[in-house]
Every structure is written in C-alpha cells, then in structure tokens.
Design a protein around this ligand. Structure first.
Ligand code: 5GP
Ligand code: ZN
Length: 114
C-alpha cells in the first residue's frame, strides 16, 4: 500500500535487519527496541489492523505465529521465555497501520501490560 512503511520494508525499498523470512511473513529488528530482543513480525501483504483480518487472511496470523516460534528459537529464548503482542488501533498503542506482532524477550518481563 502506498505510503505504508512496513510495505516498503517488505518490498525491500526501506532497509531492515532481517531475522526471518518466508513466503508469507517477514521478521526484522525493531528500530527502537524496548527489550534486549525486540523483533517485529509482519505479513508481506498489507492489512491495516488485527480487526481487518478476515477469514481470507487468517493464514497470515497462523504464519506470524509460526514465525514467532522460529524467531524465538533463532534468538535462543524459546525455552527461557518471551512475549508476543499485537497492538490494535490507537488505544491499543498501534502507531504503524500495517498488521504486526512484537516479539519481546531477553529479560524478565513484568506482569503489567503497559
Ligand atoms: P506499534 O506501536 O504500531 O505496535 O509499533 C510499531 C513499531 O514499529 C515500533 O516499535 C517502532 O519502533 C517500529 N518501527 C517503526 N518504524 C520502523 C522502521 O522503519 N523500521 C523498523 N525496523 N522498525 C520500525
Ligand atoms: Zn502495509
């Protein structure tokens, strides 16, 4: 989608530090990490928010979860533990309106949500 920063990253028009890629998803290091491990996982196809994922795109969410497992293994936190988060819409803290999942790890995460 025109003007979407994550579409540009998926297209290779904006560089990223790639962690994992398959035909459906791309995972890359967050530019402003909030934890020692902070990876963003996106579907390559544009969809703005979690609420915009219809039955036809549920496979993207499945692929994002499978990618999270792989990223956790690659980063060595699959057994130690990590957190995955999808922010949805403004009160959910979403800033970039291309569906994405945060994978956070490398420290003991607090129970608080925000
Ligand atoms: P949101 O608040 O929308 O869930 O999170 C968006 C995330 O994308 C933020 O953590 C932000 O640091 C990250 N981000 C925004 N622009 C870029 C970028 O151009 N490159 C990378 N690697 N991360 C970005
Ligand atoms: Zn996009």
């Amino acid at each position: 989608m025109d003007g979407c920063i994550f579409c540009k990253i998926a297209a290779g028009e904006i560089p990223c530090r790639k962690v994992y890629e398959d035909e459906r998803v791309l995972a890359f290091e967050d530019i402003h990490p909030m934890a020692p491990i902070h990876v963003i996982i996106i579907p390559k196809g544009h969809v703005a928010t979690l609420m915009d994922v219809g039955a036809d795109r549920m496979a993207d969410l499945q692929a994002m979860m499978a990618a999270a497992q792989e990223v956790a293994r690659l980063k060595g936190v699959d057994q130690r533990g990590f957190r995955v988060v999808i922010n949805c819409n403004p009160e959910g803290g979403q800033v970039v309106f291309h569906l994405h999942m945060h994978l956070l790890g490398g420290l003991k995460l607090k129970d608080a949500l925000a």
